[in-house]
Every structure is written in C-alpha cells, then in structure tokens.
Ligand binder design. Sequence first.
Ligand code: M6R
Length: 606
Amino acid sequence: MCGIIGINSYKPVSVSIINSLKKLEYRGYDSAGIATLSSGLINEVKSEGRVDKLEKNSLVQGMEGTIGIGHVRWATHGLPNSVNAHPHSSQNVSVVHNGIIENSTLLKKLLVSKGHKFKSQTDTEVIVHLITEHLKTYDIVSSIQKTLKSLHGSFALGIIFKDQPDLIVGARRGSPLAVGYGPNENYLGSDSYALKSMTNKITYLDDGEFCIIKKDYVEFFNEEGIKINKKVLELSSDEEKYDKGDYKHFMAKEIEEQPITLKNGIKEYIDNSNNDVNIYNFPWKVNEISSISLIGCGTAYHSCLMAKYWFEQLTSLDVNVDIASEFRYRKNRFKKETLYIFVSQSGETADTYAALDLCKKNGMKTCAVVNVIESSIARDSEFVLPIHCGTEIGVASTKAFLNQILILYILCLKLGLLRKDIKKDVFTQKLKDLNNLPKLAEQTLLIDNKIQTVSNTFNKAKGSMFLGRGFSYPIALEGALKLKELSYIHAEGYPAGEMKHGPLALIEEGMPVVVLAPRDSYYKKTISNMQEVIARGAKVLLITNKSKDEVVSENIWETLEVESTNEDLLPFLLTIPLQKLAYYSALKKGFDIDKPRNLAKSVTVE
Ligand code: M6R
C-alpha cells in the first residue's frame, strides 16, 4: 500500500507535501516522512505514526526547499518505526516507494559487498543504493533504467537527487502512479485524489514506464529508456468535501449515508419511466455470455459471493466466484463466453488488478465494478459499472458494499431479462421493490439502542460467530469481517448448515452468536441450526425481518428486526445492524474506527 507524493515547484513545498500526505493516509498510517532539497543537501524528516505527528515535528515546520517527496507507510519489510519510515536516502539520492521488492535480500548482499551501508530493515533501501551505485558510471536516465531492470516485484517510486535541484523521477511497475501538471510546478502522486487540490490535469504512468518531472515540463520514458509521449487527462475539477459533519467518525457517517447512496445508485441505473435498467454501451451481445466469473478481495469478495446467489437464483448463467489472490495464481480455464467481473471499491487492489491483467492477457471479456472511476482497474477494464456511492473514507467498507451489491443485483436483473430468464412482470415488480429499498434502509437504520447494548457482550467475549444460509451467508461473512476488522474480536462467518461439521465444537456457554434468519426460503432451516447452537449454550442474537408471525423458538438472547421486502433485497437490510454492531463494539473499546490497526484503505501490495 503506502502513498507517495512529489512536488517540484518554484515555491517551498513542505506544506503542500504534508497536506497531500494527509489525503494519502488511507493508503497507510504506520509512519510518515518527507525529504526536500535545499542548499544542495537532502533534508529528511520521518516519524512513526500519523502525518499529524510528522507535521508537528519542529524540523518539518521550518523545512525549506522547492522540490521534495513524501510518504505514508503501510509496513511490509521491517517494523513501523521512524528508521524504517520513508524516504530512504544516501548522500546523493532519496527515495519513496510503494510496493514490494522481492529480490531485496539478494540485492542487499551484493550492495553490502560493494561497501554500501544500510540503515533500515526495508526492501526499499536497496533502490537507494542501486541508484547511487549506477550514478557513479551512468547519467540519471541510464541509472534509473538499469536500477528498475534489476528489481523484481512491484513499485511506484518517487526519487530526488542531491545534485539535481530541478528534477524528480517517478517510476511504476505494478503499483499505481500519476503525474500532475500545475502552473509553474509539477507533481507526482499515488493517485489523482492526492493531487486534486493542486491540479486536475493528470497523466497515469503505465507499467514499466518512468518519468522526469521538472518545474516546467515532464518527460516520459519506456522500460528501454526511450522517450515516449503520454496523454494528459482532464479530470473533473470538483473537489468533493470530505468532512465528518456531526459524526464522530467517517464510518458512522458512511453507514448513515446508505439510504442516499442506494438512491443514487438506483437513479443512475433504473429507468423508472420505461421500467428498465440502463446499462449504456455494454460491449457484448447477451448471447456471447454464458457464464460469469466474479473476482474481488475482502468485502468486495463478499459482494461477489452475494451476486453469485442472485445470478444463480434469477438467471441461467453459470457463476463462479474467486478471491483475487487465489485466482491470479490458479490454473484457470479461461473461456471466451465468460464475463469476468472485478469488484473493487478503490479500483487499485493489487491482487484484483493482477487478476484483471491476467484475464486481459488471455483475451477475456472484462468488466469493473468500482467506486473510483479514475482507478487502474476501471481504466484497464473493457467496461466499467461505477457504484456511485461517493468517496468512502473509513477503512471498513460499508456504503461501498451496499452499492456494490446493488449494482451487481441490477446487472443480474438486466441480464436475466435479456436472456428471458426473468419475465417482464417479475422484473417490473423487482424494480419497484428496489425503488423502495432506500426508504427501508432508512427505517432499518433506526435500530440502534439495542445494538449498542448487545455490543457490550461481544466486547467481553473471547470470540463470536455469524451464521446464515443462502442469501444471508455472504452477509454473515461480511458481519464477521466488520467485527474483527474494527474491534479486533475474533469472529467467524459460517454457513449455518456447516456448524455440525466442525465449528460447533467452538460453541460454549455464553458465546455470542449472530444468526441471520430472515423470513426467506431458508428460514426454517436456519432456525433449526439456531436451536443447535442455543442448546450448546450460545447467546444468540437473532436478526430477522419484521413479520406478523412470531419467531417460534425459545431461549433466544436478543432479536433485532429489519424491515421487510422481497427475499432478494433482505441482505441489504441485514447488513446494516451488523455494520453498527462492529462500529459500537470498536467505539466502546476506544479503537481508531476509521483507521483500524494494521490495515489500509487501498491494498496496493499483494
Ligand atoms: O478497494 P477494494 O474494494 O478492492 O478493497 C478490497 C478489500 O481490501 C476491502 O474490501 C477490505 O476487505 C475492507 N477494508 C473491509 O471492510
């Protein structure tokens, strides 16, 4: 992960670098650092922890220099401390890096044998010394080209040189990198978001390319060190406002925003006047697709799994679901008639991108379901379905999950209709129900006090389980992921029917277990599974939907009732109390909700 920034200007750059680093903190927040060139010297300031801490460092406050680089780190090699924080510098060169150098151990040995001294435990430091070594013989372009050639793994780099007061080098392989153009200054950044307050004119580097950023112009090179021309894209110049409003955390705000974000997604895709779904410029004929392969990581993978249940239930398409990090290394049997769908909020997740790249290299049909439409996954997919939920800041994905499954459900309805798997009247009714979903989400959000109370029990427990069947199973997985990610409480999501094949052994007196049992086709089966865990002493929090029929069961610890709708849409509503449960547990434990430990919002390393 990690975020990088570089600015080459006629004005001092440290304040702008710090401001950009604050925007990049969603990529990593273990440590942060900055290096500028002034009076012919590289000045480096680094600190463990957040950018705020770096900013308060007196050395940063007085920092001079009109050219500089900055970094926020998500540790891969070496502890998250100030020594391992980037930039890493020799006397001549300073480097910031996002990615992993897989052959760093070998390279380090070689460099040490040549007399280079290493200060940190990072893989990045070998880049510094390789460049320093090559500069003894070659010019900048050749030194960079030779260094990049010897690196295995992934990187986005920002590099400054002691003897080059008007030059930042940027280089990319695997990890994203953008160049920005401003008046009398130019920039380098991990993404356009970090640069947006300074410019909306952007060029994205492609794999293998590097660039030289001067104050007044930028030159691009391919892997061979040959100059190339690149397009300048003009992005929308509206800068979204990202404030928490009256909320304590972005996550709380993002949970509460869900009725609106669902409404936005519906508005973008549903044509109510014609009772239809608008998916413009879909590049394939419907008879060219006989199966769907859905690929993602974490919460996005849960969205894929959710979609599998819908596609199988409502269409005759074959559906496969994969975790991207598994898919990319498996022996895949690529099929021309399969549509490969990549689900990613950030659009930058390294494993998901690699899976997309693999599919492209095999000539497959590729479609991205993303939130960030300027992202690498969106840019490199043949077709993009944006999820329209607005920027998501909290590391735990909430509104993006609901909008991912919304867009996948809408796609499922459209393909089902076109393939004649879904009759027009059924389709029309499902659209009608969908239009009502934001309202139901709003009402479901009102369940609050009880969730706050039950979260106390989860907080005290050794562990917990989340059970569901059918449509509720992916939601059980998502609920468990949210709880572990935010409250650091062990939580397992399981298909309720699987408990007796092993996990039932974990149930002991007082263990909190969430059972998702909406009144759908699986209801009775799930209630039976619930009895089995109650009989073994579990404290069951039953989450169902409102109904005139009472739940016939004894010894349920607590029950929450979401609103009622058709069974396809119940997963949306079941998700909401689970998000809140995770939120309140973390809140009571006093954890950093928007930036949970060890995680980052955009996972750009594999
Ligand atoms: O940006 P992406 O949707 O590709 O990210 C995938 C996962 O890293 C992400 O969903 C992660 O699991 C969330 N933090 C979970 O809340």
